[in-house]
Structure formats: structure tokens, C-alpha cells
Design a binder for this molecule. Sequence first.
Ligand code: SF4
Length: 467
Amino acid sequence: MDVNTEKFKTEALKALNDSTSRSFLDFFLPVLSMVRDLGLSSFPDPVAAVEKARAIRHNAVSRLGDLLETFEKNAIKLGTKVYWARDAEDANAYIMDLIRTNKVPYVTKGKSMISEEIGLNAALEKNGVPVFETDLGEFIIQLLEKPPFHIIGPAINIPPQDICDVFMAKAGMKNPTTNPVELGYAARLFLRDKFKHMRMGITGVNMVVAENGTIINVENEGNIRFNKSAPDIQVSVMSLEKIVPTMEDAFHMLRMLCRNGTGQKLSAYVTMDRGPKKDNDIDGPRELHLVILDNGRSRIYENPRTREVLQCIRCGACINICPVFRHIGGYPYGWAYTGPIGKLLNPLFLGLDRTSDLFGACTLCGACKKVCPAGIDHPEMILYFREMNMAGNRMLKGKGSRLSQKIIATCAAMAASHPGIWHRGTACGRAMIRRLGPVGQALLSWTRHRDLPPLPETSFRDRVKPD
Ligand code: SF4
């Protein structure tokens, strides 16, 4: 997947001026947040349920090394072939090798953010292997050659007419329609044929269970189950933090993931695999490969200030509530992850220097932290990134501050520690802004997309000062 994080400001501006996308975001994201709240309210004690989920994720990440070792042993016992991939290139090369060795003509894929992260489709297609996305949303964006808009609904923003046009042009649909059921049927007809002759299916992983080597996926369409049960060879790709210690933990996290993602108590399909097909099994793959991807996560783990991000379960709740995402949608983030979690993961994977506009565009309102079932403190980490970026931190590839920024920061620090200078400075600032008037204000970039109400002549403090 191309990295376009440096175009954040330009793309955000485009999105702000796109009225169709704005009305969609205004309507849809509050609905998603509302169904999440409804879903959570079905727990006897929602607060305790969230606290339990946070404790499970914290516990899992703090014991990550041990849990992964236990999981690996149990998965191998069940016949799963485990491969530890250092980075994206390593993971893609392993999968490509399997394809070559087994002379696989094409692969089908279930929805997976990790494959976006490693650029799997591009890597396979470069080697002449066609890839067919089988999740409806992913299938649509693959045909449209667009990146995912939302972690849960990659094509949620695409108008039905655009889907109709691309299905007619690239998926063999004969009669034009904008009826969602008919569009879904057209995609099914096209993909069923691919499923029928498939040799290899690739999926992501929602979680694995250390105590018994189980691999778990959730979905609503059934295509992941097809990808896991129908082919000869199945490849699951997981990021190394997607682990829980026990089945009991897994059941609780499943309840939380589904409620926080789509408001469902449980998704339509939950698939649990324990190794490849056994002699008396009706279906299942002859070979089951699990690629466990590091791709910089060990480095993230080593730093106690960033480790917490590995607790994420990719539910998308923080995205739906974020005021910035609600204005600009997913495209400006420029890489695999969007919204508040994208503001944490993209900088850690790509470097602060390439992503400073992402974590710069945060109001620190804390709505994301409040809803997060994994207990991640997004604002705290964003502040840390800003500090490290200014300090030019080498590990995180911080840019360092410019001379002008250093001067402003020194002056602000001096004013903040001397009340006399501070009060005189703010009074001057107020007078200057009042003098600018509406025309001057319109020239300020800060007010281009925000209202600046007229300032009163005196400050609140001046008004309440005792005579
Ligand atoms: S950061 Fe929290 S709320 Fe956001 S996707 Fe991850 S688990 Fe969900």
C-alpha cells in the first residue's frame, strides 16, 4: 500500500470541501457510535465489562513473550505451520514462496488490515499472482483502486451508483442497478466462481488463544470461513499482539469486539480453527500456515511509553467518535490505519517525520480514550509523539524543531512562568485580534474552517477583578 501520510493537509482540505462525504460522515458515524452504546448496554454491568476487557488486554501485552511461546507450541502440536516474519518483505516472500512451491494460480483473500499494512496484494500481483478480495467492501475498493475508508467498513462511503458502474465495467454485471441486494448478488456470482477453483485462501486473524493454539476470526459475510475451510492451503496472517491467554478471555474479547465494532452482541460468523483438516473432518485445509508478523512491533514493545498501543483490538470505536475523523473521513490518513488508532500506529510504523501532520491534527479531547475497550490512552501518546518529534528523537525519527519554533516555545515558556508578562501578552493579543476584524480573520488559516466569535473588549478576569 502506498504511503501518503505526508499529503495529510491537502487531502484533509479536499475532504472538508467534499459535501457528499461530509453529509455521509455527519449521518453515519453518530449512528455507529449509538449502536455501540446500545450493544454495550446489553451487558448486565457495561462499565465492569469494559474494565475486564482492558485488564485482559493489559495482561496479554505484559506477558506477550511467554504467551506467544505457549501459543506456538500448542499450534504446532495441532499441525499448524508457524512462521515468524521479521517485516513486511519477509511475510510477503514467505507467502509468495508457498504460492510458487504449490503452483497456485491465484489467491482469494478475506478482509485483513494486516495485509494492507504489509502491502500483500501489490507484492503478489507484482509477481503475476492475481488476488481476489472476497469481503464485499474490500472487493469494491479493490475494483475502484481506492484505499479503505474505515477499518470496519472499507467501502462504506462509496455511493451505489459508483459500485454499479465498476461492477458493470470489471465484475461482469450485466444489468445496471443500485439496489444493494442485487449489487451484493452480482459480487457473490463473481466471487463464487473464484471460490470454486481456489487452491489458497489468505485471511487475517482477530485473535489467537495461547492455552490451546486456536485461531479466531469474526465476520458477517461468511467469506472468511470460505477462505479458511475450502482451499487446500490456508494462510492466516496475524500481528504478534493479537493474542489472549485463555478461551475464557477470548470469549469476553469477542463480545467486546463485536459490540464496539458494529453494535452486535456477536458477529454472524465466528470461526475457530485448531490446525489443518484431520482425517475425519468434512472440510478444512490440507496445510494451515500462520504468519506471525513483527514489522517493528518488538521496537514498539520495548518502549514503555508506546507499548500500550499493542493492546488495540481494531474495533474502530475510537474512529467513529473522533471529531477529526467525523470531518475528514479516512482517506487523508494516507496509510493502512485511520482515525485515532491511525494517529498512533502510522507514526510508530512509518516514523514521526512522515506523520507529524496526523498527530498534529488532534484536539486532545479524549473521546477516543473514553470509548476504547482496550484501555489505550491516545491523547497521552499523541503528546509524547509531539514532544519526541520536537526533540528530534532518533528511534522514533523525530524531525526536531525549527529555529522559529524554538523561539516561540522559549517565549511562551517565559511568559507562562511570569504572570505579569502573560497578562500583558494576552491583553495585547486580544487587542490585535479585535483590530483584525472579519476580513483579517478570514486571512488567518486558523479561522478558515472554524468560527472565531468576536472577542469582548475586556477579559473575564478583568471584569471580575475587585475594584
Ligand atoms: S484504539 Fe481502542 S477503540 Fe480504537 S480501534 Fe483500538 S481497541 Fe478499538
